[in-house]
Design a binder for this molecule. Structure first.
Ligand SMILES: Nc1ncnc2c1ncn2[C@@H]1O[C@H](COP(=O)(O)OP(=O)(O)OP(=O)(O)O)[C@@H](O)[C@H]1O
Length: 293
């Protein structure tokens, strides 16, 4: 038998784990995996639980929840020397990372995936002293995810994001940013937002960074220059189809290291959670984790 630590957020998504836990444990057990559980209690708890699971020598860690839970778990694992394989069990309102990797949403298929034990290497991102697995970003639009109260998220799910997004678009303001990246000329300009993508799935936009791959050791950087609401709507429409990258309002390049600073106050968003403020350095840690997929 292999030993797994299942770290789950009981409040995530529509509290699916409360209903399914016994079935999940039974299916894993039948497949040769003995899982013990940790239900998270609040912010930061999944980080402590993941670090603890690495120390205790589990054969694998499974993070069950949304992107927030996943981010906390990778933050508990990233600095450890012997990192066991990670399972990403998508149960949240937003599971951008799992969606980008094509990880199954049904619990039966997910258990079978873990039982199959096939892993693939995955890059991690480091922003100052914190880690991200899917996306880092800054600018006025990215404030969106943590302004949606979590109760509201559980109730109306993904709709909460779109609603908040529409409300936000009219109150966008540009930020002055200085961007330095390996292989790029320094930029000092006004931007609406910048995104540093590790995968191609960001906030429900599947084609925002269509060329981003998870194991190439590089980020796809996308920055939107200062523009008005009409241009913004035009670009969002183009981004839904993946046609935005050649637009003159868009800066797009790949890099494994970059620095962003601003004379103003700019908050960072890491995998949909608040992640400090600028200035920041962003570093790609190539193939830092093995993930079941
Ligand atoms: N028992 C708990 N009660 C309340 N909040 C919790 C609890 N456990 C964890 N959390 C917090 O909930 C946050 C968000 O959860 P998670 O990402 O799993 O799913 P979600 O609520 O569906 O939202 P999203 O997928 O959009 O981030 C986590 O970052 C964590 O800080």
């Amino acid at each position: 038998m292999k030993r797994a630590r299942l770290i789950y957020n009981p409040t995530s998504g529509r509290e699916e784990m409360r209903r399914r836990l016994a079935d999940i444990l039974a299916r894993l057990d039948a497949g040769g995996i003995e899982a013990s559980c940790h239900a998270t209690t609040g912010e930061g708890d999944a980080t402590i639980a993941a670090a603890d699971a690495v120390e205790r020598g589990y054969d694998m860690i499974i993070a069950a929840g949304g992107d927030g839970t996943l981010n906390e778990v990778i933050n508990g694992m990233a600095e450890k020397e012997n990192r066991p394989p990670l399972g990403v069990f998508p149960l949240g309102t937003t599971n951008d990372f799992a969606r980008a990797l094509g990880i199954p949403r049904s619990w039966e298929d997910y258990c079978d995936l873990v039982i199959g034990q096939q892993t693939r290497p995955t890059d991690l991102g480091k922003a100052n002293h914190r880690y991200f697995i899917n996306i880092a970003g800054g600018g006025s639009l990215t404030e969106l995810t943590y302004e949606v109260p979590s109760k509201l998220k559980t109730m109306i799910g993904q709709l909460a994001y779109y609603w908040k997004g529409l409300e936000k678009m009219v109150s966008l303001s540009p930020q002055e940013l200085i961007i330095r990246a390996d292989g790029q000329e320094e930029m000092h300009d006004e931007f609406m937002l910048f995104l540093i993508a590790n995968t191609n799935s960001v906030g429900g936009f599947e084609k925002l960074a269509p060329h981003a791959t998870i194991d190439d050791g590089l980020f796809d950087v996308i920055a939107l220059r200062k523009c008005n609401l009409a241009e913004m709507i035009r670009l969002v429409t183009m981004a839904l189809r993946g046609d935005h990258l050649n637009d003159k309002k868009i800066v797009h390049f790949k890099t494994d290291y970059m620095e962003v600073s601003s004379p103003g106050y700019v908050q960072l968003n890491l995998d949909g959670e608040l992640g400090g403020t600028l200035p920041a350095t962003f570093r790609n840690l190539p193939r830092h984790l093995e993930i079941f997929r």
